[in-house]
Design a protein around this ligand. Sequence first.
Ligand SMILES: [Zn+2]
Length: 86
Amino acid sequence: MSGDTKPVLCGECQIPLESGVKRDGEMWGVCSRCGQTDRMNEIMREAAKHFAHKSIGDMFKGLGRSGSGITVKRGPQPHFRWITGE
Ligand SMILES: [Zn+2]
């Protein structure tokens, strides 16, 4: 499969960020709706955190379905400024 790079979305607006703004010699991404902006490396780190969180959630959901007796406490969802899209 070729397009396995997941888009990074604004955590607030759920729309793809606009990247390619260069400031202070670094690449920045910006959300065209709410205007939040961050360095690309910070954005990628935040999106990776969100992706890991989502993956763990899916894993626990699968465990629950299989009747393993494991109960998972679902706390409040942490807020991510930048998220990984589908
Ligand atoms: Zn936004």
